[in-house]
Design a protein around this ligand. Structure first.
Ligand code: MSP
Length: 516
């Protein structure tokens, strides 16, 4: 049977395996996984790729320090990447490694295709290089003689190189940025245009003073620039893993001009230049279509510093998960960092948010509801009968309407990549349900009151709805809720507003425990 679902391709940057990942990296990947799970609920087939960017001088030097081969060095670190994604329930379709020979061959092929089209030509590069960002800078771009992006030392390099003719596409990309929806949030467009497009120079795309990378061809000393190598992962991934959500994916279906696949690529704001200038130009050179790139903000400390290894201020997500659980971390990161802007992380805020929302509002709602169900109905959801109590009837309709409106707002916000705002709508719905309990005072009623059966049903379905909406964010709680209700969360159409009359529903422990 033909699969008629809509399709979406979602990616994260592929991270450098020069060190363990911190919560900044976890943030990007959680957003991508959240969107992926949300889209599945909204009836999409999803292909979601993440991975590791394993070549380049930085990795070569790190391996030298450890006295092992670069491949061995990255192999060890990759284990930590995969462990983290596993702990965080990140459900990717492919974990791509740029040292995969299939990827390497694809990069070489694309390089040679561009060489044949005269879009790559030979030349001499002279300028400054930041090894940490693997980026070239001109003299006047430097800040106090240091890297304008990370503040580290830069090195003057003079090398034979190949250039990619990006300068020819300068006006084209300016137009794309200013007049299409390639990059969100919108304010990043002007930033890019002002900072980089007044004088876009051809990009140096080979280096020859180190060896850890993809050679232009077997007999060459020219190593393909690690950023060109890395960006191509978004294309080569389909050669390595072409199955996701039980359907077959390929390069042409996703990137071809006639593609009807949605494409959302998550990046941190510091690498938008690569994803919203060089990457679209590369795609254009290959006669491919444009993606949507979403640039999120940074996790910063209370002093306003970006969390990064060099500043020594990183927080290890694995420690947080071990202590507080992965759902809690996913929840905090997505809710508390307003999508697109910088946001703080502090242990105190983290704990307050779990106790204040997940425990007090969400988890308590089901505990108190199921307590009443147990004492009044022996844990079996009663049938609803018509009631004559206008007040309770109105309050019930009000809460049901609220649930329907919440679904609409939540979907619009998620479709616009406003995840934090979408989750806030769900929290309002939880608050509304709690308020409904306070207003209707079901503890004063008993099983002989028809009002109670209506209230209980409304709460049981309400909590289920909330859990459906939170399921892309809280994959572990999702499974627990499915077990409690003995029902699977399928998609919005089948699962939202489900009735549970006559079903036995029991809870044995709290969904979320208070953190001391
Ligand atoms: N390897 C390149 C990406 C190549 S993609 C074709 C790279 N890797 S990285 O390991 O440095 O990861 C960068 C990404 O990590 C950023 O885009 C961002 O998504 C994430 N973050 C790193 N520090 C961060 C914060 N402090 N806050 C939020 N995200 C941050 O660049």
């Amino acid at each position: 049977m033909e699969n008629k679902k809509k399709k979406i391709f979602i990616s994260t940057p592929i991270y450098y395996p020069n060190d363990k990942l911190h919560i900044g990296h976890a943030y990007t990947t959680v957003l991508a996984d959240y969107l992926s799970r949300y889209k599945k609920l909204d009836n999409y087939n999803v292909y979601f790729v993440t991975g590791s960017d394993e070549h380049g001088q930085k990795i070569e030097d790190r391996a030298k320090e450890e006295n092992i081969s670069p491949k061995k060095f990255v192999d060890n670190i990759i284990e930590n990447f995969k462990l983290l994604w596993n702990l965080l329930d990140v459900n990717y379709s492919n974990f791509i490694r740029t040292t995969n020979p299939i990827h390497e061959e694809k990069v070489r092929n694309i390089f040679n295709e561009l060489l044949n089209k005269d879009l790559i030509y030979k030349g001499q590069y002279s300028g400054w290089y930041c090894k940490s960002d693997e980026s070239f800078f001109t003299e006047h771009q430097l800040k106090d003689g240091k890297c304008p992006e990370c503040g580290r030392e830069v090195k003057l390099i003079n090398e034979d190189t190949h250039f990619l003719k990006v300068s020819e596409f300068s006006n084209w990309i300016k137009d794309v940025l200013l007049n299409t929806k390639l990059l969100t949030p919108d304010h990043r467009n002007k930033e890019l245009v002002n900072n980089f497009l007044n004088d876009l120079k051809d990009l140096s795309v080979t280096r020859n003073t180190f060896t850890w990378g993809i050679k232009v061809n077997e007999n060459s000393n020219d190593i393909i620039y690690v950023w060109l190598d890395a960006l191509i992962n978004y294309i080569s991934t389909f050669l390595i893993e072409n199955k996701s959500d039980d359907i077959i994916w390929n390069e042409e279906d996703v990137w071809g001009e006639n593609s009807n696949v949605e494409i959302i690529q998550f990046v941190g704001k510091e690498i938008t230049r690569f994803h919203a200038i060089y990457w679209p130009i590369l795609l254009k050179m290959l006669n491919y279509r444009m993606p949507k790139v979403f640039a999120h903000g940074w996790i910063i400390t209370k002093d306003g510093d970006k969390m990064s290894k060099s500043k020594g201020n990183v927080i290890d997500p694995i420690n947080l998960i071990n202590e507080y659980g992965s759902d809690s971390l996913r929840f905090f990161l997505t809710l508390n960092i307003k999508t697109g802007e910088d946001g703080y992380f502090s242990n105190e805020d983290f704990i307050n948010s779990i106790n204040g929302i997940l425990v007090n509002k969400y988890s308590n709602l089901i505990s108190r509801t199921l307590k009443m169900l147990e004492t009044q109905y022996n844990s079996v959801v009663p049938k609803i009968s018509k009631i004559n109590n206008e007040d309770i009837s109105n309050k019930t309709n009000d809460v049901i309407n609220f649930g329907n409106e919440t679904l609409k707002h939540y979907k619009t916000l998620n479709d616009n990549l406003m995840f934090s705002e979408a989750i806030k709508e769900v929290i309002k719905y939880i608050e509304k349900l709690n308020l409904y309990v306070d207003l209707t005072q079901p503890w004063k009623l008993n099983s002989s009151n028809d009002e109670l059966s209506l209230i209980i049903n409304t709460l049981i379905t309400g909590f289920w709805n909330v859990s459906v909406l939170l399921s892309p964010l809280l994959p572990k709680a999702k499974i627990e809720v499915e077990n409690i209700y003995n029902e699977k969360i399928i998609d919005f159409i089948e699962s939202y507003n489900k009735s549970f009359e006559n079903r036995k529903i029991i809870i044995s422990k709290h969904l979320f425990e208070r953190i001391k």
